[in-house]
Design a protein around this ligand. Structure first.
Ligand code: MRU
Length: 361
């Protein structure tokens, strides 16, 4: 078995078996009531797992997609090269269509494509389908392990921003469950706690999918990190009463100008933080920065099913037939972001020049 971060929950894991293997992912739609892994051995299966949010959170989606390519390649490895290449292209397309906003999905698929391209094309090369599948699996494992390392680096940089005793509000789940391990925003909190600071977390429940109530609160309870759950409309009240010292969130895509797409409701929290002069930090691996989109306006925002707003699971409380909007993400303008926390360090008041400089070697 490979993957995972000591201490934190193991969101995805790989089981090796001669000639094939399988990906297993915690079914996050059932947490916290049920803790169970689901097995995946095809790109279609992994794409479905991403679409239905068995796995969610930008970095975890990226790692899952990379394994999605690998399991598909292993499944197809007995085909002759040309058939293998065509069928694998179809697998890439399925994965790319699973969710639109988190750029880590496309970043990971691009890395897997580049890895395949390095093996040579059908016309050029004699590399066997099985050899390519093995190389793609190695690349997926590398992406998996890098994600954990990067989260730990972000954690160390970000922990320095938090004072001992800080009360930190977070929105959605940017924890171990949203990554290959440790987490981005919750990774900063974990690292600060590991450094001996007494940190307490205020978790927005995060309507409508309840990632804060179901996932963030669960992760913190598992590790005995003090956590208080609130509904999303309570954040302003707590800030006005001096009960929040900092906000840390994750992100699904940061545009070239520093605008930040994250879970719906993040923008509201950022505006409130600005009003109350509370620092608003965004934990952001470089794989989440998309220099190809000039501003947040060009970031595709996923619109999800109306049933998520009219009720939860089998309980529906709104009038049948009511018109619903359910944008799953919003954009926080760069001017409201105090700093991005990246694996290369903290970027205060992010702008295009500072973001581009992160990619200079
Ligand atoms: O719809 P989700 O649950 O995939 O949305 C997740 C978020 O918005 C997270 O904050 C973001 O992906 C960062 S996770 C480290």
């Amino acid at each position: 078995m490979s993957g995972g971060d000591k201490g934190a929950v193991v969101t995805l894991r790989w089981f090796d078996a001669p000639g094939h293997g399988r990906l297993e992912m915690i079914d996050q739609t059932r947490l916290p009531a049920v803790f169970a892994y689901l097995p995946y051995d095809s790109a279609a299966g992994v794409a479905d797992g991403i679409r239905t949010m068995v796995v969610r959170g930008a970095p975890a989606i990226g790692v899952a997609a990379a394994y999605g390519v690998a399991v598909e390649a292993l499944r197809l490895q007995s085909l002759p090269r040309q058939d293998f290449d065509e069928a694998l292209d179809a697998g890439f397309a399925l994965l790319a269509a699973s969710r639109p906003t988190a750029v880590n999905l496309f970043w990971a698929l691009e890395r897997m494509r580049a890895c395949r391209a390095r093996q040579g094309s059908t016309r050029q090369g004699s590399t066997s389908s099985a050899a390519i599948a093995a190389t793609l699996l190695a690349e997926a494992k590398a992406i998996h392990n890098e994600d954990i390392r990067i989260n730990r680096q972000m954690g160390e940089h970000g922990a320095e921003l938090l004072a001992d005793g800080a009360r930190v509000l977070t929105h959605c789940n940017a924890g171990a469950l949203a990554t290959a391990g440790h987490g981005t925003a919750l990774g900063v909190i974990r690292s600060a706690v590991a450094a001996g600071k007494k940190i307490s977390v205020v978790a927005d429940e995060t309507r409508p999918f309840l990632q804060g109530a179901r996932l963030t609160a669960w992760e913190m309870v598992q590790e005995n990190i003090p956590v208080t759950l609130i509904t999303d409309n309570m954040a302003g009240h707590l800030m006005a009463h001096g009960e929040i010292d900092a906000v840390i969130v994750g992100t699904d895509r940061v545009a070239a100008n520093g605008d930040v797409a994250n879970k719906i409701g993040t923008y509201m929290v950022a505006v409130l933080a600005h009003r109350h002069r509370i620092p608003f930090y965004v934990a952001c691996p470089l794989s989440t920065i998309d220099l190809s989109v000039p501003s947040g306006r060009e970031i595709p925002i996923e619109e999800r099913a109306p049933q998520e707003v009219t009720g939860f699971r089998e309980t529906q409380w709104a009038a049948a037939g009511v018109r619903v909007r359910n944008p799953s993400f919003d954009v926080t303008p760069a001017e409201l972001v105090t700093a991005l926390i990246t694996e290369k360090g903290v970027v205060e008041a992010p702008d295009e020049d500072k973001l581009r400089a992160l990619f200079d070697d």
